[in-house]
Design a protein around this ligand. Structure first.
Ligand code: HSE
Length: 434
């Protein structure tokens, strides 16, 4: 049977999972590829480090990348090096030495996609990246191939498992933010720097990739407006529940009349809607296409074997030549003009959840609703619980749900309300999915 020699560069958690699938389940690979994917080299940073995968005696891990670059028989390389450098240089060298590359590194693609994809095209090579967004959930193949007959009109995703895990733990077992984050790190979902998970950056990097595939948007991930869950107050999880909602970190890309709505934000999602019911470290993406209607993807977006599942599927596709075909036709991150412009966030419309902490005096409610009214904001419901005491006297939380309004109007109204003497600092403004 034909043998395609492959290599793994980077034997962290995911790399070990990839080795395990190739070595222990070669039969599956043969069934789908019609050939053997022969693991020829494994490149590690530290050859002395113990790994949780048993390698055959003849397959000795090396820290010498040139063994891969110089071996012309190695055709496909799983590039599983995190971060930007040396990951970028290694990918460039792999492409230049004639390898097709499979990667899970979303940060690298979000930051250097145009350069790397242009180089791969120039050299007649391919880059496959299913594992870079939502780990084991096959969203890249679905958007770029299975749904290609559609104009996608909306894409909403829970793209960061760590954030979803933290919010679920806070909501369901009353865990503190710090304890839930620690647990996510122990379970191996979190990035090396978990700030990127909880401040919305990781989700924005994935959204930049999806928005490019689904809408032809050319946007740098750090230009995507994003708010993470790191400032989320447990009080808002409780109020949301009282109102019949859950709070989720939602990455949104939605076609509007004047362009593409694009942001990552903690959002109230009505309980019972599929996105609201995504728990723990699961990821989910709800996609609407003009022909197919609504499709929903759900699964583990991180962790060893889910991510390895996507990497090995890409290695098989690459070994049989499928990746090369789609890579050529899709022209990803080419110099072509963006097909859609990104909307100014202030001009978007939507519903909002507002929470103010206000003094419990006659006329305060009227003052606040007056400001909202002047900004054209219509109120859908209000919760005001009994007063608690703070150091400055009697204050009450005031929770307001709006009807559909202009985002810019809510921002301006909240800024004006925050300047009122009867309002304590720390007002909250969250989107509501409608
Ligand atoms: N740290 C990411 C998450 C997984 O928590 O979803 C890798 O993208």
């Amino acid at each position: 049977m034909e043998k395609v020699k492959v290599a793994i560069v980077g034997m962290g958690t995911v790399g070990s999972g990839v080795a395990r699938l190739l070595l222990d389940h070669g039969d599956r690979v043969i069934r789908h590829a019609g050939k053997i994917l022969w693991l020829e080299e494994v490149v590690v940073r530290d050859v002395k480090k113990r790994r949780d995968v048993e390698l055959p005696e003849k397959l000795v891990p090396t820290d010498d990348l040139s063994r891969v670059y110089k071996n012309d028989e190695i055709k496909v390389v799983a590039h599983l090096v995190g971060g930007l450098e040396p990951a970028r240089t290694i990918m460039i060298e792999l492409l230049k030495s004639g390898k097709d590359v499979v990667t899970a590194n979303k940060a690298l693609l979000a930051e250097h996609g145009p350069e790397l994809f242009d180089l791969a095209r120039e050299l007649g090579r391919s880059i496959a990246f299913e594992a870079s967004v939502a780990g084991g959930v096959p969203i890249i193949a679905n958007i770029s191939q299975c749904l290609s007959a559609n104009q996608i009109t909306s894409l909403r995703g829970i793209l960061n498992g760590t954030s979803n895990f933290i919010v679920s733990q806070m909501e369901e077992v009353g865990a503190s933010y710090a304890d839930a984050l620690k647990e996510a790190q122990v379970r191996g979902f979190a990035e090396a720097d978990p700030t990127l998970d909880v401040d919305g950056s990781d989700a924005a990097q994935k959204l930049a990739i999806l928005a490019h595939l689904a809408f032809g948007a050319r946007v740098q991930w750090d230009e995507i407006p994003r708010v993470g869950i790191d400032q989320l107050d447990p009080a808002d999880l409780a109020y949301a529940q009282e109102l019949g909602y859950r709070i989720k970190l939602i990455a949104t890309a939605q076609l509007r009349e004047h362009g593409l709505e694009l942001h990552v934000s903690p959002t109230l999602v009505r309980s019972g809607q599929p996105l609201a019911e995504v728990r723990e470290a699961y990821n989910a993406i709800s996609v609407v296409g003009d022909a197919v209607g609504n499709v929903f993807f759900h699964g583990l977006g991180a962790g060893q074997m889910p991510t390895a599942s996507a990497v090995v599927a890409d290695m098989i596709d690459t070994a049989v030549g499928r990746t090369a075909l789609t890579f050529r036709t899709l022209q990803l991150w080419s110099q072509a003009e963006a097909r859609v412009a990104v909307c100014d966030p202030q001009t978007l419309t939507g519903r909002y959840y507002l929470r103010f902490t206000v003094e419990d005096h006659p006329g305060v409610l009227a003052t606040i609703t007056g400001v909202l009214g002047r900004h054209g904001i219509s109120i859908s419901s209000i919760i005001q619980h009994e007063a608690s005491q703070d150091e400055n006297g009697s204050v009450v939380p005031l929770v307001i749900m709006t009807h559909t309004v202009l985002a810019g109007a809510t921002a301006a109204a909240v800024a004006e309300i925050d300047r009122l003497l009867c309002v304590r600092p720390g007002s909250v403004r969250l989107r509501v999915l409608s």
